[in-house]
Design a protein around this ligand. Structure first.
Ligand code: FE
Ligand code: FE
Ligand code: ZN
Length: 278
């Protein structure tokens, strides 16, 4: 089964996202858990959630991949920014239990000249402060392109964050094809080798979700500019190989390509046509 969807606006609630997903033949989706500018998040409407869960059951949705705000930086130098990151994540994880058992993806952070070691330490400290044994949500560290001082620019940095986090059973990794490619992993010519390296360094069981994006830049560019499927340096064939790879099949695939809703519908149709169901 191919679980595929795209990033949707959460402004009208869960049921609206579910319906929009069904309209474009998606059976998973991503959404921002709160406004990136901060402030308190909208309260969850449990009637809306209930209607969404019915729809999601009926349509056999896969796991959702919620996205933390980009402005959340768990390893900022400024303690106030770190406090926002900590409180926002703790609050998001509480609210998101309304739809249990899904994924919550976040960008590990930017160490802003403190060095990757300090960044890794601060990110795991936040996770140790925030993760609870009771939560049913798995928190995903996103693989990053290595733009600026981003932490998570290679599999080794993600492994170090995981190593320093106590509740490892609440952690996973989201594999963003644009970011991994920009980070210097050649998923076009050697997807097998990249996944073997992922397995050796992090463990393939930790890989829980895919962000499927083409890239406007060549491998190793550390830029992070997403392109539409087939319109970038990765190309449609390599991205089709990603969704069909035996080690990746069944994972939720989220498109974050520069598209409107019709563009997403077309990409989903194209990828479904190129997915072999056995
Ligand atoms: Fe992201
Ligand atoms: Fe992403
Ligand atoms: Zn990106």
């Amino acid at each position: 089964m191919l679980y595929i969807g795209c990033h949707l606006s959460s402004s009208k609630g869960y049921q609206a996202m579910g319906r929009q997903a069904v309209d474009i033949d998606a059976n998973t989706f991503a959404f921002f858990t709160r406004n990136p500018r901060g402030g308190s998040a909208k309260a969850i409407d449990m009637d809306d959630v209930k209607r969404f869960l019915e729809l999601s059951d009926e349509k056999c949705f896969g796991k959702l991949v919620a996205h933390a705000p980009y402005t959340m930086n768990a390893c900022a130098a400024d303690e106030n920014i770190r406090r926002f990151a900590r409180e926002a994540m703790a609050d998001d994880l509480k609210r998101i239990e309304a739809t249990p058992g899904n994924y919550y993806n976040f960008h590990p952070g930017s160490h802003v000249k403190q060095g990757a070691d300090v960044g890794i330490e601060l990110i795991s400290k936040q996770l140790n402060d925030v993760l609870t044994e009771e939560q049913s949500t798995i928190v995903l560290l996103e693989t990053m392109a290595g733009k600026g001082s981003e932490v998570g620019r290679n599999f080794g940095e993600l492994r170090e964050i995981i190593d320093r986090t106590q509740l490892k059973n609440k952690l996973g990794v989201c594999f963003d094809t644009c970011h991994v490619w920009d980070g210097g992993y050649d998923i076009v010519n050697d997807l097998d080798g990249v996944l073997e390296e992922f397995d050796r360094i992090i463990g393939i069981d930790m890989l829980k979700a895919i962000h499927l994006n083409d890239s406007m830049n060549p491998c190793g560019a550390h830029k992070d500019r997403h392109a539409k499927i087939g319109e970038g340096h990765i190309g449609a064939d390599a991205l089709i190989n990603v969704i069909n790879h035996p080690k990746l099949r069944g994972l939720p695939v989220i498109l974050e390509t520069p598209n409107d809703i019709d563009g997403y519908a077309n990409e989903i149709k194209f990828l479904r046509e190129n997915y072999s169901d056995n």
